[in-house]
Design a protein around this ligand. Structure first.
Ligand code: ZN
Ligand code: ZN
Length: 363
């Protein structure tokens, strides 16, 4: 597998130059992972525009840091306080006077450290510098997301035949999460949503002790992860026999998902992608019932750039991997959402989550 870190570091330096920054303090773990390879949760990094990369972690990660980061950075292991080590080491980085910090990823207490112990440097807020680089996935990243998507769909295929009326949502989640592990998921990138009956009308329902009944809609929204990269998928099924209303509404969501996943592509604005699904759902009379945005980027995090929403002006980058997740929710009745992951290649888009969109009747 190609080591992309030098390219990523070079691209970040390019992004610092027009901002007249001599360096950037990195405090966000996924951003640090992207640049250095470090998979732990506690680290600080500082990249200077001259190419010096300082990496500081604590004693727990000594072995891991030398294996993962290697010599891409100057690795410092600190026993006490990462920030104290930063203030010791930063004066040795040549040419750094004006430095950026990640304004989305610095708590106020740490911001005060910049103004106090770090007052010999001028600090400037930056937004999404590394996040923008992360938007364009390289082939290895797409392969990992695709692998995670395979884990998720195989786990779903194992779980559906086990579901029946009388089980609780938690029991279904236990079966699903067990299957995710058995299929090789490293972790659960977010808490699984297993929502039945009228609870399926809550787009972020979580999972409860409710007992699933015959005739219920059952919505399963969950993720898998492989080598740090996430997949995110939703399917909605019916327990027992589906009635006409369930079939109608399911058909609208399915068409919105399928046609949008086929037409979304790099170069569109996020809001234009959102409109592909939203205009169809509006035409079918359910516009009010699709209250959330169409989708989001996935990668090292389950929600990352870009956004696909009514207000997203940003252009979808070639290489991005995004979710397409239209839904219709009717309080007191239930909800249907169908979510797939799509890679926006330079010459066309590819579906990464291969799982039937037919309405399945289970149990
Ligand atoms: Zn999801
Ligand atoms: Zn999602």
């Amino acid at each position: 597998m190609a080591d992309r870190r030098p390219q990523r570091i070079a691209a970040l330096i390019e992004a610092l130059l027009p901002l007249k920054l001599d360096g950037l303090l990195l405090t966000n773990a996924p951003n640090i992972r992207y640049l250095t390879g470090f998979t732990g949760s506690s680290a600080l990094a500082f990249l200077s525009a001259r190419g010096d990369l300082l990496f500081i972690t604590d004693f727990r990660y000594k072995t891991q840091a030398s294996a993962e980061v290697g010599d891409i950075a100057d690795v410092e292991i600190e026993q006490q306080n990462l920030w104290a080590r930063l203030w010791q080491r930063l004066p040795f980085l040549a040419g750094v006077e004006v430095a950026g910090f990640e304004s989305h990823h610095l708590v106020h207490r740490d911001f005060e450290r910049l103004l106090d112990a770090g007052k010999r440097w001028q600090w400037r807020p930056t937004l999404d510098l590394v996040e923008h680089l992360r938007e364009r996935k390289d082939p290895d990243e797409v392969a990992r997301i695709s692998e995670a998507a395979g884990i998720a769909t195989r786990a779903l295929a194992r779980t559906l035949p086990q579901i029946h009326a009388g089980m609780t949502e938690l029991q279904v989640a236990a079966a699903l999460e067990g299957s995710l592990r058995e299929e090789g998921s490293e972790e659960y990138p977010f808490p699984s949503i297993v929502a039945s009956g009228e609870r399926s009308a809550l787009p972020h329902a979580g999972t409860s002790a409710r007992t699933i009944q015959s005739g219920d809609l059952l919505l399963l929204d969950f993720g898998a992860s492989a080598a740090g990269y996430c997949a995110d998928i939703t399917r909605t099924v019916v327990i027992g026999r589906a009635d006409d209303e369930q079939r109608d509404i399911y058909g609208v969501v399915r068409e919105a998902n399928e046609s949008t996943a086929a037409r979304v592509k790099a170069g569109m604005r996020g809001k234009d992608a959102d409109a592909l699904a939203r205009e169809y759902i509006e035409r079918r009379g359910y516009g009010e019932a699709f209250g959330h945005s169409l989708g989001h980027g996935i990668g090292l995090e389950v929600h990352e750039a870009p956004r696909l929403s009514r207000t997203a002006e940003g252009v979808l980058a070639a290489g991005a991997v995004v979710t397409i997740e239209p839904g219709i929710y009717r309080p007191g009745w239930g909800g249907v959402r169908i979510e797939d992951d799509v890679h926006l290649g330079a010459d066309g888009s590819d579906l990464l989550t291969h799982f039937t969109r037919e309405l399945l009747e289970v149990g």
